[in-house]
Design a protein around this ligand. Structure first.
Ligand SMILES: *Cc1c(COP(=O)(O)O)cnc(C)c1O
Length: 408
């Protein structure tokens, strides 16, 4: 017999000493196998440890080709890649660049680093990507570029964004740090504007610990980006001849071989994450107050990159249970869920010291108060693991009064 509190340990919430529902950890990330060990050892023994290892060029070629772009420039990380894309697009002091507030801070600090002014514009309530109508209203005679982030791996509305960039003669830079391999209407992201910028930082869906990449179809922009990343050298030029003001943003062969192997695994991983996310969406549709963003996938999103499985938690559908308590209870049940970005990035102190324009962003503010995320590796689990996650959510739902009664 079950009492209201539950005699069986499975019935009692893990946060109150019961047995966690999810007994197996989510699939480990990053993945690696013997192929990586062999490849790393080959770089080691080649003694070409710097950025001139042939695997770097091979990665650039294959990563660009995979995304349908002609040129790839491998870089130290996804922050300098944005800075370099902005620099070679001629953006600097006096220019305004429209950025979303729901993203990692680098999407906007890169703009400030080149001396331009980030203009924060609110997101769409369902995709949490830049709202094209609000972007259009925010364009001034100083607007030179848009850094469009494919948040969580969901492509921004590229029909509207590309069209407004064309109409207003504004440069489009796609921040694809969440969206390796994603597609909008069967075209890979990163190829809709001047540049697609990628990150291979440790948390990302392709990673070498650190790393980045720019892709572009413009040979001239590609050459200038490469030159900046390589101390202002010209391709084919002499080692000690420096034509432009550059820096060193090269990656190593060690990173490149890991990324080459991951690029081979990426199509299967994209498919698995899409399948699992659809499965999870189906299950969540029966639970009120926990809604994926978006609740149903736009059919123009032919591949969602799923860096995150993003949801909105509505405490009013959970008897007023605060989000933090909901998340803590689920974490105790073994679910690796988090609350997401704590605030829209314009709230960071650094922007008090740099010129910014902040448009009203009620959707971004609301999202940060309601968001809950599952990381991408959870979408590589099998369906029975996701069933356990859903069971854990249902279990927490069953104990919502009891949880609410606990004082902080
Ligand atoms: C991670 C990330 C970056 C920065 O990439 P790093 O490689 O960490 O420098 C930029 N934009 C977004 C949206 C990111 O998530």
């Amino acid at each position: 017999m079950f009492s209201r509190e539950g005699n069986m340990s499975h019935d009692r919430l893990a946060i109150f000493g019961g047995t966690p529902v999810v007994s197996r950890p989510a699939p480990a990330w990053p993945l690696f196998d013997d192929k990586d060990r062999v490849a790393l050892n080959e770089v080691l023994e080649s003694r070409v440890w710097g950025g001139y290892h042939e695997a770097v060029g091979e990665l650039e070629k294959r990563f660009a080709a995979f995304h349908g772009a002609e040129h790839g420039i491998a870089l130290a990380n996804g922050t300098v890649s944005l800075e370099i894309a902005l620099t070679v697009s001629g953006i600097g002091p006096g220019d305004e660049v429209i950025v979303p507030p729901i993203t990692f801070v680098a999407s906007a600090t890169s703009v400030a680093r080149v001396g331009a002014t980030p203009v924060f514009v609110d997101v769409d309530t369902s995709t949490i990507n830049l709202n094209p109508a609000l972007v259009e209203q925010s364009i001034t005679e100083r607007t030179r570029a848009i850094v469009a982030v494919h948040f969580a791996g969901h492509p921004v509305d590229l029909d509207d964004v590309v069209s407004l960039c064309d109409r207003h003669n504004v440069v489009l830079i796609e921040d694809c740090a969440h969206a390796h391999g994603a597609e909008w209407q069967e075209q890979r992201i990163g190829t809709f504007g001047s540049f697609g910028s990628f990150s291979f930082q440790a948390s990302k869906n392709m990673t070498a610990g650190e790393g980045g990449m720019l892709i572009t179809n413009d040979a001239n922009l590609a050459e200038r980006a490469r030159s900046i990343s390589n101390q202002g050298r010209r391709t084919g030029g002499a080692w000690y001849e420096h034509q432009t003001l550059g820096t060193n943003a090269r990656i190593t062969g060690f990173q490149a071989v890991l990324l080459l192997n991951q690029l081979e695994r990426l199509p299967q991983e994209l498919k698995t994450r899409m399948d699992r996310a659809a499965y999870l969406r189906g299950k969540l549709s029966k639970i009120s107050g926990l809604v994926p963003t978006p609740a149903t996938l736009d059919e123009r999103v032919t591949i969602h990159g799923y860096h995150l499985f993003s949801m909105k938690y509505d405490s009013s559908a959970w008897s007023g249970l605060p989000r933090e308590k909901f998340v803590a209870a689920l974490q105790s049940e073994g679910v690796p869920i988090t609350t997401g970005y704590p605030h829209p990035i314009y709230r960071n102190e650094l922007f008090q010291h740099h010129p910014t324009v902040v448009q009203p962003c009620p959707e971004a503010e609301a999202y940060c108060k309601s968001s809950v995320w599952l990381p991408h590796n959870t979408l590589l689990a099998d369906e029975s693991w996701l069933d356990d996650v859903v069971t854990a959510i249902t279990k927490v739902r069953g104990a919502v009064e009891e949880l609410s009664a606990v004082r902080d």
